[in-house]
Design a protein around this ligand. Structure first.
Ligand code: ADP
Length: 389
């Protein structure tokens, strides 16, 4: 007995399936699928390449737990303020209820981005991509703008350094004169030497801060108090503002002064980058006030917003931003300043830094009043903004 059956459709389906699997297998992005028992059913070539040291844990049957543990031991570079247990807990929390993406900093210097998604009746799909290159170019742009800011601030800093140097010179001259006349007693000597030492410390502090600010940072994100960044930025620019007759008015919510590092008004990110954002805003405000005759003022507000955000405002009573420019000021290279006075990078870099901290930056401006408002998630409790963990 012969039985004939038309299997064209089945063959087509098989072909489609094989082609699809081959396409996924050859993707540049790492893909792994976990079933509802949380075991790998499939992983592609790129997934194995990204997990090079632990390919044994990328094969079908491996549990998510084992995969994660192997990953932690083999590749994870942990931020200073995080321990492995906390990291594992946060990572598992994301795995159980994924939302958005997370970034992981690895020991080999690579940054990978992880996206998980639960797909009904199938399981969890895990997508891993190597984003080191884009992170690096982002870091380079930040660095370029930082160096430009440093350049623009050079005069103010030179002026600021001059003060302790002058005091030191006076003290030394004074000592020499007294010594010549045979009038040098040990009390005078002690007090002048103390003054020299304090002023040297002051100068060293200024230089140290500039050096720290200028350094390229590849460090991981950390919890820090916004007020510290504010003080750091103000320390660097206040002399320049004073020379321009600009008054600084601070309106800082008292809660932020709590000694506890984890108290309100702490955020997760890089303190130096936050200083950079603030310096850009202060620098722009200073420029906007250049043509104003009197009452030049920069107001700085720092407070807890109602929606669990930290709110930072920087306002000036300068020329204002014409409406037609307001949409463009955050674009890279948009500047209304003369060559050599502006790069047009300040606000676009600031925008990137704030966005990277899961925050927002907005502007409101009319003639005679400009206000920038930054909102950042208040990190009073450590949360899963697990960038570069
Ligand atoms: P740059 O300062 O190098 O020009 P930015 O990206 O920091 O670059 O700023 C872009 C432009 O936005 C400035 O050239 C200026 O026209 C405008 N701007 C920014 N802040 C203010 C401000 N506080 N008042 C008026 N204009 C501003």
């Amino acid at each position: 007995i012969g039985v004939g059956q038309n299997i064209t459709e089945r063959k087509h389906n098989e072909m489609d399936r094989t082609q699809m699997m081959s396409a996924i297998d050859n993707l540049d992005t790492g893909v792994a699928l976990f079933d509802f028992d949380d075991r790998i059913v499939f992983s592609n070539k790129a997934f194995r390449t990204i997990n090079q040291g632990i390919t044994g844990y990328t094969v079908p049957g491996t549990s998510f737990d084992d995969y994660l543990k192997a990953n932690v031991n083999d590749a994870l570079a942990l931020a200073d303020d995080l321990d492995i247990e906390t990291w594992m807990e946060e990572r598992m929390a994301y795995h159980r209820a994924p939302s958005g993406t997370i970034e992981i900093q690895r020991q080999d210097g690579k940054t990978v981005q992880v996206l998980e998604q639960i797909i009904e009746e199938i399981g969890t799909i895990l997508v891993v991509s190597d984003i080191t290159a884009s992170k690096l170019s982002q870091a380079q742009i930040i660095q370029a703008s930082k160096l430009a800011t440093l350049g623009e601030m050079a005069t103010g800093v030179a002026h600021e350094l001059n003060q302790p140097l002058n005091v030191i010179r006076l003290a030394a001259d004074n000592l020499a004169r007294k010594e010549e006349k045979g009038l040098l007693d040990s009390d005078t000597l002690r007090s002048k030497l103390d003054r020299i030492s304090t002023q040297t410390e002051r100068a060293a502090k200024i230089i140290d801060h500039m050096r720290m600010f200028g350094r390229e940072s590849r460090e991981t994100k950390q919890l820090f108090r916004v007020e510290k960044a504010l003080t750091g930025a103000l320390d660097m620019i206040k002399e320049q503002l004073r020379l321009d007759d600009i008054e600084i008015v601070l309106d800082i919510n008292a809660l932020s002064s709590a000694e506890d590092e984890t108290a309100v008004l702490s955020v997760v990110g890089h303190q130096i980058q936050m200083e950079q954002v603030l310096l850009n805003l202060f620098g722009n405000a200073k420029d906007a006030l250049r043509e104003i005759e009197e009452n030049k003022t920069i107001r700085i507000g720092l407070a807890a917003d109602t929606n669990d955000n930290v709110k930072i405002t920087v306002s000036d009573n300068g020329v204002g931003i014409p409406a037609k420019y307001q949409e463009r000021i955050f674009d890279p290279f948009f500047t209304t300043k003369k060559p050599g006075q502006g790069t047009g990078l300040g606000l676009s870099v600031s925008y990137g830094i704030v966005r990277d901290m899961n925050g927002t930056i907005e502007v409101e401006s009319v003639r005679g009043a400009t206000q920038f408002t930054i909102l950042l998630p208040n990190a009073k409790e450590r949360q899963i903004v697990t960038e570069e963990i």
